[in-house]
Design a protein around this ligand. Structure first.
Ligand code: C2E
Ligand code: CA
Ligand code: CA
Length: 535
């Protein structure tokens, strides 16, 4: 995957890793707040409704008791009875008796005051008439709940129904089932009760989150203003958002570590192997006596998804170290036979040189794979040169075995970068080799470095003594070419002839070069058919 794609992906995943946990935390915080507030509202409304019902029931029983008493109401015994009832019944504030619109007597004694009839709101199942906003005829002007049965009544202070509220942000109200208000902890919640008595049991109305509960003859509502809900939400969010931040931090660390891993050179190379991003370029090899192109060295290139090329010396060492060189060699062998197979099959005088990894030189693993591709392409073993550097000869015995086996099959074997290693002579004598490639460091010294020039002369001499063919690498100047020719070096490659070319470029190079040498009419039969018609 491209570096920029990895970075873009990591940035996107990183943003998600931060934003999603925070959004989730905010959402969970909101749900938790809503659930816990709703539960508190439910609880409060339940308690108010139950408390109201129980209190009214208690007051109604007291009222029925006195109404059914045989004792004359305003007699001294009757007055005592009313006084005792008011004292002993917690919910009842006063007891009274009305005769012909005159408040005759009550728990406070004999009265004789004019009794304006109270508006009755409903009659309960036990025949008790309830007046929700009854203003007492004497004493306090604060409206009370009046319960009337025959000529008797009791007054109940509705304030006691609302004593469940301990948190000032919440409000409660209680009233009749038709929405008539009995009492409210604040006027706004009181007016809410009249609005929601027919609607859903909970929800948002008039800027309040509310819950309604019906119990017996009573309806209660508990509510909280939206602004206070936000305040509670913020308290909860502090907790959930800090959890969200921790989760986001952990995820972000993972994303950064993962991106770092993906951006590591090894991970990039692994991905390149998986995506088969390797192609092969071919550097022509020239026979110096005739000037003919007699083959090419296959040089791998890593072509990234964005089209950019990576030089092999930048990734081959890492590939060798990590073992990824093996699948890379496989991809190279396959590509070479696909690219040059038809050309090699058409002209048996051409060859291709493959670079082997040290590992493959020791194990010989590549041989059956290569043979398979060659057979499919009808390429002969004598058309394939195997190049191995001195690193491949570290385990001399196994290297000898592989090279001997390859040569027995018909392949030709060459030592690459000769002269740059540590024990050149030692293995030269022991290994069954066909050719030796003079490293470009020696070739570059020709005509420049007086101390190195004699060295190349010795290398040439040694190769002649050992009856090895010579290929000079990195030939860049006519002076170098003259020197190599004068010293009977058989083959050369270098920028003086051509750089490593894509397959089609190499085929065109061969065609042009042969046309120039032989004259256009005498181009070998197989070649033109292999070249693209245009370009
Ligand atoms: P090498 O086998 O010695 O390949 C020759 C290198 O010299 C190539 O570099 C080639 O492009 C470069 N070269 C050729 N002519 C000239 C010239 O006139 N002047 C200069 N300055 N350089 C020239 P390249 O392609 O970058 O390959 C570098 C090395 O990577 C190769 O050195 C070889 O050791 C390794 N390599 C390339 N392809 C493969 C492969 O398929 N498998 C393995 N295992 N190693 C490979
Ligand atoms: Ca080579
Ligand atoms: Ca070389």
């Amino acid at each position: 995957m491209k570096r920029s794609s990895v970075l873009t992906r990591a940035t996107l995943v990183g943003v998600c890793a931060v934003v999603l946990p925070l959004l989730l935390a905010a959402y969970v915080g909101w749900l938790l707040t809503l659930t816990s507030v709703q539960q508190r509202l439910d609880g409060m409304a339940q308690v108010v409704a139950q408390h109201t019902d129980a209190t009214v029931e208690e007051a109604s029983s007291a009222l029925r008791l006195i109404a059914n008493s045989p004792i004359p109401p305003c007699s001294p015994e009757g007055l005592d009875q009313m006084r005792l009832l008011a004292m002993n019944t917690f919910s009842v504030k006063t007891v009274g008796y009305v005769e012909e619109d005159i408040f005759t007597c009550g728990s406070q004694g004999l009265m004789g005051a004019k009794a304006e009839p109270w508006v009755g709101h409903f009659v309960a199942a036990d025949g008790v008439l309830a007046s929700l906003q009854a203003v007492p005829w004497l004493g306090t002007a604060k409206p009370m709940l009046a319960l009337q049965h025959s000529a008797f009544h009791v007054l109940v202070d509705a304030q006691q129904f609302l004593e469940v509220v301990v948190d000032g942000r919440f409000g409660v109200a209680v009233g009749a089932l038709d929405g008539q208000l009995l009492n409210a902890s604040n006027p706004a919640v009181g007016s809410l009760l009249t609005l929601v008595h027919t609607g859903p049991l909970s929800g948002m109305n008039e800027g309040f989150l509310y819950t309604v509960v019906r119990n017996g003859n009573w309806l209660s509502v508990a509510a909280i203003p939206r602004s206070d809900l936000w305040a509670i939400l913020l308290e909860t969010q502090l907790l959930t958002l800090s959890i969200g931040l921790v989760v986001a931090g952990v995820l972000l660390r993972r994303v950064v570590r993962d991106a770092g891993r993906r951006l590591s050179p090894l991970a990039e190379l692994e991905s390149a192997v998986r995506h088969r991003e390797f192609i092969v370029h071919y550097q022509p090899i020239i026979e110096l006596c005739s000037g003919r192109c007699i083959g090419a060295e296959a040089l791998v290139r890593w072509r990234r998804a964005d089209g950019s090329m990576v030089r092999p010396d930048l990734f081959i060492p890492l590939a060798e170290e990590s073992g990824l060189i093996l699948p890379i060699t496989d991809q190279v062998m396959e590509a070479v036979m696909r690219d040059l197979g038809p050309m090699l099959a058409a002209d048996r005088s051409l060859h291709v040189a493959l670079n082997l990894a040290a590992n493959d030189v020791c194990s010989g693993r590549f041989l059956p794979i290569l043979l398979g591709h060659m057979q499919a392409a009808d390429v002969l073993p004598c058309q394939v040169w195997l190049e191995a550097t001195e690193r491949g000869f570290m385990h001399l015995e196994s290297a000898k075995l592989t090279i001997a086996k390859a040569r027995a099959l018909g392949f030709r074997a060459a030592v690459d970068d000769f002269g740059t290693g540590y024990s050149s002579l030692q293995y030269l004598q022991q290994l069954p080799l066909d050719a030796l490639k003079i490293d470009k460091a020696f070739v570059s010294s020709i005509g420049l470095d007086a101390s190195m020039t004699p060295l190349i002369g010795h290398v040439i001499e040694m190769a002649n003594t050992l009856k090895l063919e010579l290929v000079a690498e990195g030939v860049e100047t006519a002076q170098q070419l003259d020197y190599l020719r004068a010293h009977h070096v058989q083959f050369a490659q270098g920028w003086l002839f051509a750089k490593a070319l894509p397959a089609e470029g190499f085929k065109r190079f061969c065609l042009d070069e042969r046309a120039a040498l032989l004259g256009a009419d005498e181009v070998p039969a197989g070649l033109p058919a292999l070249l693209p018609v245009s370009g």
